[in-house]
Ligand binder design. Structure first.
Ligand code: XBP
Length: 263
């Protein structure tokens, strides 16, 4: 049986559905405050999510939409300024309590703590954003529960590159066989898989059509005792919600193709 030593969580879309009502809104607030008539609709944002990282996403938008800019605009400075302001707007949104944890996230993190399974974060987002979400949703002391919080520009290449997961593994000093990753995107899955890590996907409205063939388990969410999760791909799991027993099991098994409720 697998020896589970750590759970590694992505943040955006995995711990909470932050993209559509959090990051997207913060980007739009930033553009408006800067006097730019750029607006990222829900659909456009889905396309922009192909590029991870806020600064990288602004650049991607500039290359796609080519909005007019005053002559002589220093693009690098503009991107940095917008991203700095956006991080503030996002923090304000999160602290106002508009973003909630997805089903099962708090329960699984709590169980891991009780069982002395180590915890880590691997996110493309700015560290401030990850901390704001952890503190607001799990409590002010929550960042201390995670031995490693790997975020943003801490590594040279963002997901789908494996850098952030390799960084976490090096910090934890663990073999990937002892860790389980929770992600919501194909980019995240690619990054984790390239680092040799087994991955559970909880899909969301932006990602449910992506290719998760490399995942050990694909779920609609982690589920709760009174809110069963749905297995979209992968083997049956011990309970109707994803718990540490399921985590051990998926570390042992290859992803399958059967769909159904847990258990
Ligand atoms: C998260 C992201 C981020 C956030 C915004 O990816 O793609 O870009 O949307 O991040 P993942 P910033 O969940 O795969 O880590 O803090 O850079 O604006």
């Amino acid at each position: 049986m697998a020896d589970l030593k750590a759970l590694i969580f992505d943040v955006d879309g995995t711990l909470a559905e932050t993209e559509r009502s959090g990051h997207r809104v913060a980007f739009n607030q930033t553009f408006q405050a800067a006097g730019l008539d750029w607006h990222w609709s829900v659909d456009l944002y889905g396309r922009l999510l192909n590029v991870a990282g806020g600064k990288e996403r602004i650049r991607f938008y500039l290359s796609l939409a080519q909005p007019p800019l005053p002559p002589g605009t220093d693009i690098d400075q503009l991107v940095l300024d917008l991203h700095r302001a956006k991080t503030q707007h996002y923090r304000t949104l999160v602290e106002a309590g508009h973003i909630h944890l997805r089903p099962g996230v708090r329960r699984l993190i709590q169980s891991a703590r009780e069982a002395h399974v180590r915890l880590a974060i691997a996110t493309t987002s700015h560290l401030d954003n990850a901390l704001a979400l952890l503190e607001t949703t799990l409590g002010p002391e929550a960042p201390d529960w995670f031995e490693v919080i790997a975020a943003g520009d801490i590594v040279p290449h963002k997901k789908p590159a494996a850098d952030i997961y390799r960084y976490v593994l090096a910090k934890l000093q663990l073999d990937p066989n002892h860790c389980l990753v929770f992600e919501d995107t194909e980019h995240g899955l690619t990054a984790a898989t390239a680092a040799g890590l087994t991955t559970v996907i909880t899909v969301n409205s932006y990602t449910h059509r992506q290719n998760f063939a490399a995942a050990a388990s694909v779920l609609n969410h982690l589920g709760e005792p009174d809110q069963p999760g749905l297995i979209l791909a992968g083997p049956p799991l011990p309970h109707t919600y994803f718990d540490l027993a399921a985590a051990v099991q998926v570390l042992d098994l290859q992803s399958g193709s059967s769909a159904g409720h847990f258990a």
